[in-house]
Design a protein around this ligand. Structure first.
Ligand SMILES: [Zn+2]
Length: 64
């Protein structure tokens, strides 16, 4: 799974499902990051209070 991190809003999107509704459009490019490192994502969640984007999460559930 590839992740798209919005460092401005502290949100973690799923690259596969991310879209306009996720609200990252006003986040500057330098605050956006792509990664496939699950451990890095978990670290952001646990130590930096990043949250999983509810929109990406709901789409992921529908597709399971
Ligand atoms: Zn999202």
């Amino acid at each position: 799974m590839n992740y798209f991190v919005d460092h401005q809003k502290k949100r973690i999107h799923l690259k596969r499902f991310v879209g306009d509704r996720c609200g990252f459009m006003d986040t500057p490019t330098q605050k956006r990051e792509f990664t496939d490192k699950k451990s890095y994502i978990e670290q952001l969640e646990e130590q930096n209070s990043y949250i999983n984007c509810p929109y990406c999460q709901s789409i992921q559930r529908l597709n399971k």
